[in-house]
Ligand binder design. Structure first.
Ligand code: KIV
Ligand code: NA
Length: 275
């Protein structure tokens, strides 16, 4: 059954956990969808794990639309959420609505996600008014890496914790149907989750959230540039993949691949007639 914003709402009411993973292409979206994931996030983390940038700042609307299209074709039942890239919504409410619309119309997503609290409530309202569901994203917001001065846990002091709770309330009031909380102390995330009527999706925010999200390359051991503390490796697919590549290289060099069963036949008669 297709997951919708109503599925998220019902899950929170019934205390059922919401599952989300990132994907950036058709094949992985299809695998997750078949595994029964509730939602697939086409994250702007695509910039780091697929495109090799150091952070998410260079990611463009064109990048996001390109990858969202591929994911949307592979996701039958999962709710597809597309990230709004850096500078596609910060510049104005108008830009925010136009760019959110492109991720839906051209990309085929069912919802968009954008980073920030008080400073983006006008954008959230306007996008929701255009009938586009919005996921908010607070705590560690990677597009602000330069103003944060690095990637670190958010909301530890009393003032910062209060601000995070107030921001969560503000994005809910603005109309977001869910909120991602990244790198937030577990007890604070649990308290915010209790205070909100919309579901919270945690990443590095503990088990008290209504749902969880991870970058699939991280949970499969496919991205080794760095591993955040909150990542659990559910399988070391990176090792398996590297082993397969080494096997291929070896067999091609030895001449054992391709074998008979991988080749196409031709009648000798045909060959004999060649001159
Ligand atoms: O871009 C991304 O992958 C994200 C998740 C980590 C929440 O925003
Ligand atoms: Na993101």
């Amino acid at each position: 059954m297709k997951n919708t914003t109503a599925t998220f709402k019902k899950a929170k009411e019934e205390k059922q956990k919401i599952t989300m993973l990132t994907a950036y292409d058709y094949s992985f979206a299809k695998l997750m969808d078949e595994a029964g994931i509730n939602s697939i996030l086409v994250g702007d983390s695509v910039g780091m794990v697929c495109l090799g940038y150091e952070d998410t700042l260079p990611v463009t609307m064109e990048d996001m639309i390109h990858h969202t299209k591929a994911v949307a074709r592979g996701a039958k039942n999962a709710l597809v959420v597309a990230d709004m890239p850096f500078m596609s919504y910060q510049t104005s409410v108008y830009d925010a609505v136009v760019n959110a619309g492109r991720l839906i119309k051209e990309g085929g997503a069912q919802a968009v996600k954008l980073e920030g609290g008080f400073e983006v409530t006008e954008q959230i309202k306007a996008i929701v008014d255009a009938s586009i569901p919005v996921v908010a994203h607070i705590g560690l917001t990677p597009q602000s890496v330069n103003s944060f001065g690095g990637f670190k846990v958010q909301g530890k002091s009393e003032a910062a914790a209060q601000k995070l709770l107030d921001e969560a309330r503000a994005v809910e009031k603005a109309g977001a149907f869910a909120v991602v909380m990244e790198c937030v102390p577990a007890k604070l995330a649990a308290k915010i989750t209790e205070e909100l009527s919309i579901p919270t999706i945690g990443i590095g925010a503990g088990a008290g959230c209504d749902g969880q999200v991870l970058v699939y390359q991280d949970m499969l051991g496919l991205f080794s540039d760095f591993t955040p503390k909150f990542v659990k490796q559910f399988a070391n697919v990176g090792e398996i993949v590297k082993g397969a590549f080494e096997g291929y290289i070896r067999e091609v060099q030895e001449g054992t691949f391709p074998a008979q069963e991988h080749t196409f036949k031709i009648d000798d008669e045909v060959l004999d007639k060649l001159y």
